[in-house]
Write a protein that binds this ligand. Structure first.
Ligand SMILES: [Fe+2]
Length: 243
């Protein structure tokens, strides 16, 4: 079948573009949802459960803060360079999110340190405030994935976006990167997970790849882990598949 040039243009336009947001936003959505549920379920009469729930909130806030900083420094900077003003609205929301993060951090510390008698109230207040933060972030991330991507795709080629993303990832300290991967790897669908880890396998030093595989093993069920190992042709490696 002959395809005319207009059809080729339409097909080219329909090709998926490089999306810097999808992977990390899947990780953030998963971490936000699971942390909120864990906080809501925590038995405040139990010291360990209470402190674990408070720590999980603190860890989530650290992830959010680091992510927001990278978006400001790399993504918004790129948008402003070629479309001045295009990141204004969400940059303002980032300022609001920083204030919310500070308040939630205080709430998590208050829950962590509260005597048993006041823990139920401290937990309930933190749970409600975190729920609103999560709701606002879900909406915020959707705007980034639609309106911000439209700006990026209109002004940058995929090669340019890949270079920006590489620079962003290279700026992340190893411990922070592993914290993000802990949520990212299990939140991917199978094809995304295999594509991501095959890329790491091809480009990263073996110790870094092994460290990420350990994170994957710890947070995937047996079925997903076997599927990943098969895709990466790792089934023959002794000890790697433990299911
Ligand atoms: Fe953002």
């Amino acid at each position: 079948m002959k395809i005319d040039s207009l059809e080729l243009q339409r097909l080219a336009a329909a090709q998926p573009r490089l999306d810097m947001y999808t992977s990390i936003h899947k990780a953030l959505r998963a971490c936000m949802a699971e942390t909120l549920v864990a906080l809501g379920r925590a038995d405040t009469a139990d010291d360990a459960q209470t402190q674990s729930a408070a720590q999980r909130v603190t860890d989530l806030l650290g992830l959010c803060e680091a992510h927001l900083d990278k978006e400001n420094k790399f993504v918004h900077a790129a948008m402003e360079a070629r479309a001045p003003g295009s990141s204004d609205a969400l940059a303002h929301e980032h300022v609001e999110h920083e204030a919310h993060i500070a308040q939630l951090r205080e709430g998590a510390a208050a829950l962590h340190d509260a005597p048993v008698s006041t823990r139920p109230l401290a937990a309930q207040r933190l749970y409600q405030a975190l729920a609103l933060f999560v709701a606002d972030n879900f909406r915020h991330m959707h705007v980034e994935e639609t309106a911000h991507n439209a700006v990026l795709w209109a002004h940058y080629s995929d090669a340019e976006l890949a270079a920006i993303h590489d620079e962003l990832v290279a700026s992340i300290p190893p411990q922070e990167l592993m914290a993000a991967l802990r949520w990212m790897v299990p939140s991917f669908n199978a094809a995304e997970r295999l594509g991501f880890l095959a890329d790491v396998q091809a480009k990263a030093p073996a110790p870094a790849f092994d460290a990420i595989l350990q994170v994957a093993r710890a947070h995937l069920d047996d079925s997903d882990w076997h599927q990943l190992c098969t895709g990466l042709r790792l089934l023959a490696v002794p000890g790697l598949v433990q299911a």
